[in-house]
Write a protein that binds this ligand. Structure first.
Ligand code: NAP
Length: 276
């Protein structure tokens, strides 16, 4: 078994994830895994970085597929006895002009951004080694979507005692409410992406709390962040930040020094803790 530190980035064949791998290859003292749901796109991305003299490793990972997540989990367990850095970057967003019904957009977006990310965490968090770092890439849109929620929902999402089961119930209810076209009446904002990212930010707060309760002595730091508005296939060419600039906050959180006792359980943008 290798004792080399290991970092894994989900959805890293392009966009911000690719730039995170690129930066980690230069700064992380260990093996860096570029992962992609499509092995062809993943290997192509690895080859691109190799041309720059960087040496990421590749592993397939589709966060919508539990078998794929478990295959990565077993590989990490066997080869490294765990992992040191996990960056949950993979995500999707429908384009503004997409004509798919809102309920379909809600179900599909929630499946990947919230439930996929949660499944990766459930399988990989137990493997994270002491002094490890976990970064969940959310969005400032989670904050604006939170402000668009009813007072009652806002209170639930800001609660310091909400459980993962309660959060799952709320995310499921949002999708069900869109199917019945009652989501606005039920206090939800009109953004599937925004609600899925509320899920990612609140999940991070819950996971950090659980680490405090169950693994305090392991000094693991877990945070959510927004990369900013970044020029990628998701956000388009008009965004102000380059993918490299978008990678800065996730990489900063992934490389927090081992004697840092925070941030932990926070939501950051531009390396700064935001009020939730
Ligand atoms: P992007 O260019 O569209 O890249 C998204 C990446 O996620 C791709 O590699 C994609 O793989 C992967 N992915 C999607 N579904 C997946 C799945 N089921 N399993 C594994 N990988 C999957 O988007 P981006 O702008 O870099 O976004 C990266 C993260 O930043 C997302 O979580 C996004 O919500 C967040 N974010 C972006 C912005 C922005 O302005 N760009 C702002 C705030 C937050 P494929 O190539 O196979 O599709």
């Amino acid at each position: 078994m290798s004792s080399v530190p290991v970092a894994v980035v989900t959805g890293s064949n392009k966009g911000i994830g690719f730039a995170i791998v690129q930066a980690l290859c230069k700064q992380f003292p260990g093996d860096v895994y570029l992962t992609a749901r499509d092995p062809g796109r993943g290997q192509e991305a690895v080859a691109k970085l190799q041309k720059e003299g960087l040496h990421p490793f590749f592993h397939q990972l589709d966060i919508d597929d539990l078998q794929s997540i478990r295959a990565l989990r077993d590989f990490l367990k066997e080869k490294y006895g765990g992992l040191n850095v996990l960056i949950n970057n993979a995500g999707i967003a429908f384009k503004v002009h997409d004509t798919a019904p809102f309920a379909v957009q809600a179900e599909v977006t929630m499946k990947t951004n919230f439930f996929g990310t949660r499944n990766v965490c459930n399988e990989l968090l137990p493997l994270v080694k002491p002094y490890g770092k976990v970064v969940n890439v959310s969005s400032m849109v989670s904050s604006s979507a939170l402000k668009g929620c009813s007072k009652e929902l806002q209170q639930k999402f800001r609660s310091n005692t909400i459980t993962e089961d309660e959060l799952v119930e709320l995310m499921t209810k949002f999708v069900e409410d869109t199917k019945k076209s009652v989501h606005e009446k039920e206090g939800w904002p009109n953004t599937a992406y925004g609600v899925s990212k509320i899920g990612v930010t609140v999940l991070s707060r819950i996971q950090a709390r659980m680490l405090n309760e169950k693994r305090k002595g392991d000094h693991i730091l877990l945070n959510a962040c927004c990369p900013g508005w970044v020029r990628t296939d998701m956000a388009g060419p008009k965004a102000p930040k380059s993918p490299e600039e978008g990678a800065e906050t996730p990489v900063y959180l992934a490389l927090l020094p081992s004697d840092a006792d925070g941030p932990h359980g926070q939501f950051l943008s531009d390396k700064t803790v935001q009020t939730w």
